[in-house]
Design a binder for this molecule. Structure first.
Ligand code: 4NP
Length: 145
């Protein structure tokens, strides 16, 4: 899960997917990162923490980090929250890497769309709902679970 700052959208998406993976007893490693390093080692935004906690997603222990080329080798799928994330992620793709990079909302019925950034809109609740639907669909598509 990758967004710009790794303090709002991708921490919530990580927490949502981790929670579903645990509930469904799947063996999936979930992580998140930002395309920028602005908030390195910072906890998620308190507004994201509050909305996540209300849905049972544990995100308070997360620490922000920046995506690196090695993530292409370490993960089978990289999900950007918006199109500018995708463009930035593609800039660091290693030459021979075939790892898919997709939009999170491509796993919902609003394809080719950005997940709005609640850092600016303040709509953490609305974003959490969209994340929840996409993560659920992702597990159904990849794991039939
Ligand atoms: P995120 O949101 O990419 O969902 O973590 C943002 C967080 C911080 C900033 C921008 C977006 N910022 O400008 O510091």
């Amino acid at each position: 899960m990758v967004c710009l700052g790794n303090i709002c959208r991708s921490p919530m998406a990580q927490g949502a997917l981790e929670n579903m993976v645990r509930e469904r007893s799947l063996a999936v490693i979930v992580d998140s990162a930002g395309t920028e390093n602005w908030h390195f080692n910072k906890s998620p935004d308190y507004r994201a923490q509050k909305v996540a906690a209300s849905r049972g997603w544990e995100i308070s222990a997360q620490k922000a980090r920046q995506i690196s080329s090695s993530d292409f080798n370490n993960f089978d799928l990289i999900l950007g929250m918006d199109k500018s994330n995708i463009a930035d992620i593609e800039k660091i793709r290693p030459k021979n890497s075939k790892t898919p990079v997709m939009l999170l909302l491509d796993f919902s019925n609003i394809k080719n769309k950005n997940l709005p950034d609640p850092y600016y809109t303040n709509d953490f609740e609305g974003v959490a709902k969209m994340i929840e639907i996409a993560c659920d669909n992702l597990l159904v598509q990849y794991f039939n679970s």
